[in-house]
Design a protein around this ligand. Structure first.
Ligand code: BES
Ligand code: MN
Ligand code: ZN
Length: 494
């Protein structure tokens, strides 16, 4: 897809040469604003549709008209948007593109009409436009080459005035890097477990090195043994697929700048192990590498933007399988940190692979470490599918991540980490058990991770509810690449 800015000539919107023009109407603009922005005939057509009851400015409501008098483009579409926030703008663009994508239009011009300062569209909106268009047109074909094309659209033009065309153009470019990172995450996570193995994730990491200058190192089982990653290896031991411990580095910052470290859970299939999961919806456990996918996507986006920041991505990856070699409930392992763990439930495997990665992260003397994991069903019960769970004892880091989530329309919600929750992890046989009972399951999982993070500011994102959608629209979302990319680039030098 080709994204460009376009500055309208003297005849304004009606003179724009595109196969379709999409007008995002912010908070039901006044007649005067509409007349000024659209001109007489398009305004009359819109007012007519309102009168007929076909358009009422409900959020994300779309309307497509054809051959409106005085408008050069043969298609004129409107979509309602309650305000100029990132979230509303994203939703409006998604709905507007969805209304047009089925048709024959090859080029689309998008414009924003609002009372007051109509040029209030910022670079963030341009960035979001690219991501929304990309999302609206995404089709998974890796295992279904026969999937029909989503659309004939090839070019999207963002209408802006001369004064902000440069800013918007830059927004479109960073948007393309972000959209490519999000697409990479979505594409990886959608692949089934027999395609997306730990070795596949390693190959995806390696694919970032030549084009984007990301340094990649992959530790094999033997390397992990030497490092004492017995907790990670305990999860991996039940599978015939070799585990991979992937380390990526984007060094865009100064030599002395402490890096941000992202740690992504890379379970390429979670059967539960000996604590086997029930059969219903077990296929969705192919998405259990959604955290890893978001780290890959963020590395790609940040590197493509050439952000002046040091970023390390760590992905512990393996399958969680039952077998004659699999770890058993009650087994005790010594983690890389030296702390011992009684594995009471082999299905609480995410924390077992993350804890060794969190210890490994210490060697980078990080400014901050954020782990991202499809960690608990309990988080889905607590927050549903709209907000990721955010856990951090560091108020500043938590605020930074929450803000990045709002900016990217990829929101999170802070959850508690009170010391009292820690009691649930007591074990008679080891320093801790790996489960804390049903109550507050997302929190006790976070408390487990916290025990491995004493050496740096740390946050944990539980994305079990946000990394994919179930049902008819089953598929990976690419979240939280938007949140993470915003967070990391927010720490870059100008
Ligand atoms: N990958 C799952 C978490 C999960 C389950 C995410 C369902 C999304 C939907 C994780 O490894 C797991 O199995 N967690 C257990 C923990 C329990 C045994 C303490 C869970 O949530 O049931
Ligand atoms: Mn599990
Ligand atoms: Zn899991």
């Amino acid at each position: 897809m080709d994204f460009k800015t376009v500055v309208p000539g003297a005849s304004g919107l009606s003179g724009i040469a595109a196969d379709a023009v999409l007008v995002v109407l912010c908070n039901k603009p006044s007649k005067a604003t509409l007349m000024a922005a659209l001109g007489e005939a398009p305004h009359a057509a819109l007012a007519g549709a309102e009168k007929l009851g076909d358009f009422s400015h409900k959020p994300a409501q779309a309307l497509v008209m054809h051959h409106v008098a005085g408008v050069k483009s043969p298609r004129l579409a409107f979509v309602a948007c309650p305000d100029a926030s990132a979230k509303s703008w994203r939703r409006a663009v998604l709905a507007g593109v969805a209304a047009i994508k089925q048709g024959g239009a090859k080029s689309l011009a998008v414009t924003f009409v609002a009372d007051g300062d109509a040029s209030s569209l910022g670079a963030a909106h341009a960035q979001m436009l690219v991501c929304a268009v990309d999302e609206a047109l995404y089709v998974f074909r890796a295992t279904k080459p026969s999937a029909p094309a989503a659309s004939s659209l090839r070019q999207v033009l963002l209408v802006c005035d001369k004064a902000n065309a440069a800013t918007q153009g830059a927004g479109l470019r960073t948007g393309q890097a972000l959209a490519a990172g999000t697409a990479m995450a979505r594409e990886c996570a959608n692949r089934p477990g027999n395609h997306c193995t730990p070795a596949y994730l390693a190959s995806q990491a390696r694919s970032l090195s030549r084009p984007w200058g990301v340094k990649v190192q992959v530790l094999e089982r033997k390397d992990c043994e030497k490092l004492g990653m017995n907790s990670f290896l305990a999860v991996a031991q039940g599978s015939d697929e070799a585990p991979k411990f992937i380390v990526m580095q984007w060094l865009g910052g100064g030599r002395k700048d402490a890096p941000v470290v992202l740690v992504g859970k890379g379970i390429t299939f979670d059967t539960g192990g000996i604590s086997l999961k029930p059969a219903g919806e077990m296929d969705e456990m192919k998405y259990d590498m959604g955290g890893a996918a978001s780290v890959l996507g963020t590395m790609r986006a940040v590197a493509e933007m050439k952000a002046k920041v040091n970023l390390i991505g760590i992905i512990p990856s393996c399958e969680n399988m039952p077998s004659g070699r699999a770890v058993k409930p009650g087994d005790v392992v010594t983690s890389m940190s030296g702390q011992t763990i009684e594995i009471l439930n082999t299905d609480a495997e995410g924390r077992l692979i993350l804890c060794d990665a969190l210890t490994y992260a210490e060697r980078f003397k990080p400014a901050a470490v954020v782990d991202i994991a499809t960690l608990t069903g309990a988080c889905v019960i607590a927050l549903g599918h709209h907000r990721s769970g955010l856990f951090s004892a560091d108020d500043n880091l938590a605020a930074e991540l929450l803000d990045a989530g709002e900016q990217a329309a990829d929101p999170a919600w802070r959850m508690p980490l009170d010391a009292e929750y820690d009691d649930a992890l007591k074990s008679n046989y080891a320093d801790m058990g790996n489960v804390g009972g049903r109550a507050g399951g997302a929190i006790t999982a976070a408390m487990f991770l916290k025990r491995f993070t004493g050496k740096y500011p740390w946050a944990h994102l539980d994305i079990a509810g946000t990394a994919w959608k179930s049902g008819a629209a089953k598929g990976a979302t690419g979240r939280p690449v938007g949140l993470l990319t915003g967070f990391v680039t927010g720490r870059a030098k100008a």
